[in-house]
Write a protein that binds this ligand. Structure first.
Ligand SMILES: *Cc1c(COP(=O)(O)O)cnc(C)c1O
Length: 380
């Protein structure tokens, strides 16, 4: 137990690297880019990027310029760091100075970036994203038609990738995946010789498709199931995180006692209740009030009553006494409860569970094997 923290979060960089290797084998000869936006889905963008770099990853994506600014010093200068959400108005100078690669999502962004290149007298790298049906980000068919007629608008831009994003990649059997891939193939032929990027984790782990040149993997690197949907497929990825809360206090209450705010839980028998050190301020979903679980020594202990800001109660009546004492650790995410299981109970997705992981945790990183060897030999 780490005194004074809400929980212990262990991040297994060896599992991360194993997941990277699995995706790389699946999509070869395409390269796997690490999507490390939102602080690598809450796991730590600097630490995750270092481990991925050591494993051979050569492309990184964040969502915002501010994320690129924070991460860039941790990457070798020649490793491209792409900004998915595009080039905000007025951000050209900062983006160019940083050496980040914007994903250009509109003609206006293309014009702004080309102007920035001309005013600097040198080519600036960029990615172009095209909207093939998700209606989120990227050039529209009309904008692509204009660009086809006026190719000089790209003068000064060194195109690194042409990319799109699939709306239904987590359900590989969805027919719309095929449709978007076909549309993308037609559009990409407008940009001969430019490497292509289509797939996120779900697309990358789909079989029987061409993966282009670079896949953009996020959730699968971090152990989330790449494919969900109504008929979930077994998750081939290794779990990367484990989260353990602590018992703050134990009490025995009579049948009929109420638990927590609003007394929404009533004990139907004399019960042992443990108050845990994690609440919704730590990203643990309040939606798990009276429906989620924790595990002690592998025994399930249901969450009872409302999840509070800094604590929650579990019913430990069925847990052996010797496992119950203040400071005892309690599994919230681990071998008995995956991030996908927590997400399903909370009516959300593993992405949201990860990106909301709290800031009051004691975090520890298990190094990947090669990195461990480097540490032993004293290399940086
Ligand atoms: C977040 C994101 C990804 C990564 O998606 P995962 O499903 O986590 O693999 C890839 N591409 C784009 C455009 C994204 O926004």
């Amino acid at each position: 137990m780490q005194h004074g923290t809400a929980a212990t979060l262990r991040i297994d960089l060896g599992a991360l690297v194993a997941n990277y290797a699995l995706i790389a084998r699946q999509v070869a000869p395409a390269a796997v880019a690490g999507v490390v936006k939102a602080d690598a889905y809450g796991l730590g963008a600097a630490e995750v990027s270092q481990a991925l770099l050591a494993a051979g990853c050569r492309h990184f994506f964040v969502a915002h310029l501010c994320e690129a600014t924070a991460l860039k010093p941790h990457l070798p200068a020649d490793i491209p760091l792409y900004i998915l959400n595009g080039l905000p108005p007025g951000a050209q100078a900062a983006c160019a100075a940083l050496g980040a690669v914007p994903v250009l999502n509109s003609l206006v962004q293309i014009d702004d970036w080309a102007a920035a290149a001309r005013s600097r007298g040198r080519a600036l790298p960029a990615v172009i994203q095209v909207d093939t049906g998700m209606s989120r980000l990227g050039l529209t068919p009309d904008e692509l038609a204009i660009l086809r007629d006026q190719p000089h608008r790209l003068d000064g831009i060194a195109l690194q990738l042409i990319m799109t994003h699939l709306a239904c990649a987590d359900e590989p059997d969805d027919a719309f995946n095929r449709e978007q891939r076909d549309r993308f193939d037609a559009i990409a032929s407008q940009f001969p010789g430019v490497p292509r990027s289509i797939d996120n984790s779900g697309g990358a782990m789909a079989t029987g498709v061409r993966h282009g040149d670079v896949v953009r993997a996020g959730i699968a690197l971090y152990g989330g199931a790449p494919h969900g949907g109504p008929d979930p497929h077994p998750n081939p990825m290794q779990a990367v995180i484990a989260l353990d809360a602590y018992i703050l206090q134990l009490r025995t209450v009579p049948a009929g006692a109420g638990v927590g705010y609003g007394l929404t839980h009533r004990c139907d028998r004399p019960s042992h209740i443990a108050t845990l050190s994690v609440g919704y301020a730590d990203g643990w979903p309040r939606h798990l009030s009276s429906r989620g679980s924790a595990y002690i020594g592998g025994v399930r202990a249901p969450i009872v009553g409302r999840v509070s800001m800094d604590s929650m109660a579990i019913d430990v009546t069925d847990v052996p006494d010797h496992l119950l004492h203040p400071g005892a650790s309690v599994e919230l995410i681990g071998p008995h409860q995956t991030i996908d299981a927590v997400a399903a109970q909370a009516d959300t997705i593993s992405y949201e569970i990860l990106t909301r992981l709290g800031h009051r945790y004691a975090r520890s990183y298990l190094p990947a094997p090669a990195a461990a060897a480097d540490q032993r030999s004293g290399k940086p």
